[in-house]
Design a protein. Sequence first.
Length: 434
Amino acid sequence: MRRIRAAVTGAVSLSLAFTATACGGGESGEATPKTLTYWATNQGSSLEVDKKVLQPELDQFERETGIKVKLEVIPWSDLLNRILTATTSGQGPDVLNIGNTWSASLQSTGALLPFDAKNFKAVGGKDRFVDSALGSTGTPGKDPAAVPLYSMAYALYYNKQMFKDAGIAKPPTTWDEVIAAGKKISKGGKWGIGVEGSNLSNNIHQVFVLAKQHGADFFTADGKPDFTSDGAVAAVKQYVDLMATQKIVAPGNAEYAQNQSLSDFAKDRTGMVLWQTPQQTFASQGMAPEEWGVVPAPVPSGTPGQDQQTNSMVAGINMAVFKNTKNLDGSLKFVKFMTSDEEQILLNKAYGSVPPVKSAQKDPAFADPSLTVIRETLAGSAAALPQVPEESQFETVVGTAVKELFADAAAGRPVTTESVRAKLEKAQQQMPKK
């Protein structure tokens, strides 16, 4: 996801949404064939910025089709609850954006339109989309529950002046180099790298990748939770140890959940940050493009690739249609419009993301070095988060475990292999039983 969402604590349980009722096209459930309701995710630096980006395109769609689109941009902190409520109440939009990590979870409610061959044909064809983006559109072996809209990946952003002041000649590419650079920077009130310790989703994204690098996963091949394997425990400990042991993360980061680490980076308080396409936020904080650099996210050694050389999850936004919309034809026309080459180039350029549409990705706008890093990561070294119905609960319980461990580190309490394993064992016990 482009903007890392705040912790979805207290989210409506997906198990309550399995008996999804009709979702009705428009907020009142009474949309006409010439009206659509669209819930968009907050991709820009504010909800107002998103409206300014999107409204001209929705007006263009209306001119082309005669269909008016009613737009609502929803903050990440509210979005999952709003979607789950819509699946049970029948009061939802026709078309909506979802974080791609939620695809399988929301698919399991039965509320989203399956993109079978017929529906993919209506929006221009499945083969238009890159494989890595399609890998996060629903449960493997089933028709996707959504189509990709914006693609992102994690990269390591570094403050050029802070690196120069610390005598660091080149940006790090391995975790050992990240730690070494971080220790040179971490003095005089400045810190090596920023984290969002209270952001459950960000926590999951980071420890998922580290688990891959340790040869582990958080689910077995048949979809059962496996949170306490040696590799998963080592991954969580490695991440929290950036604060607890290596001391290159400020203790206050344990409470960060609203992109404060990006502000610290832009204000020369932190030398590095792992993030998804933060260019727009840097600019809004007054940071010029020449003040920061970007390299692929770190790996244990060597260069990024597959399996234990994975260095990012496949991040992004998908576009879904509620199955029981009263304007299916109009909804599919809107999805086709939003995933057209012209719109893909315009919107992804505006948000600093990469088009998941192959032909749009070739546009010169995405040849910028910072986007090249993202594009190459998605093509060669990113992995999709587990596409299982329980993914949302996984984010909540394991993300919370990491949050609690960061709180321990910030308070000076020891973070040991045993304490990490205990937190993860408790998290696994909170998962739905199969």
